[in-house]
Design a protein. Structure first.
Length: 202
């Protein structure tokens, strides 16, 4: 029997129009925020560390060419653009509200501190009973130890859980542990997703 449904955030609950966000950020700061494509190797490595709570986003901005005296302003702009150009899957949020009537609904997401702060600011996580964010937990998907920690803290067995994610590697890790995993790549359409979830709930 399914007791808990776990959702990823980026690519599932929302998507970000990074082209528009980058254009605005560049106009305001003179720098780009495409860390992986435009950043140095050091910036990318530092950013990856932030996702598990070990690096500094301030340092990432500095490595992108932002002067130390402008970091605070650049951070504010980064978060504003991340929020402004976020596309929320409103239909999915409505579906989650209905699921909450009968099931525990959890979020498991890989986020940098800036992204986590921004999502908290707009109340995106308020719909969930609990949020497991990589930058706080100190592990990221598809680490099997992360999934085991989540199961242990929630007090549920793998077969009692449905997990939704847009990353195939994460789906593979969940399946390996016996979790009912759904690979979701049709954002923002949830027609098939609802059918898959409902079929597992019968």
């Amino acid at each position: 029997m399914i007791k808990t449904i776990i959702f990823d955030a980026g690519g599932v609950l929302f998507e970000t129009d990074w082209d528009k966000a980058n254009k605005d950020f560049k106009e305001k700061t003179g720098k780009v925020l495409f860390i992986r494509s435009a950043g140095s190797k050091e910036a990318i490595e530092e950013f990856d560390k932030t996702i598990i709570g070990q690096g500094s986003m301030d340092k990432v901005l500095e490595l992108l060419g932002i002067k130390k005296k402008d970091i605070k302003k650049a951070k504010k702009q980064y978060i504003e653009d991340y929020i402004r150009y976020k596309i929320i899957n409103k239909e999915l949020l409505s579906f989650i509200e209905k699921l909450k009537e009968s099931y525990r609904v959890i979020c498991l997401t890989d986020l940098s501190p800036y992204h986590f702060e921004a999502n908290q600011k707009i109340g995106l996580f308020n719909i969930f009973e609990k949020v497991f964010a990589s930058n706080i937990v100190g592990m990221r998907k598809p680490d099997l130890n992360l999934f085991k920690k989540v199961l242990d803290e929630l007090g549920v067995k793998p077969e009692e859980v449905i997990f939704i994610d847009d990353n195939q590697a994460n789906i593979g890790a969940a399946n390996y542990l016996g979790i009912n995993a759904i690979y979701y790549t049709e954002f923002p359409d949830i027609t098939n997703l609802k059918k898959q979830i409902n079929s597992l709930l019968r």
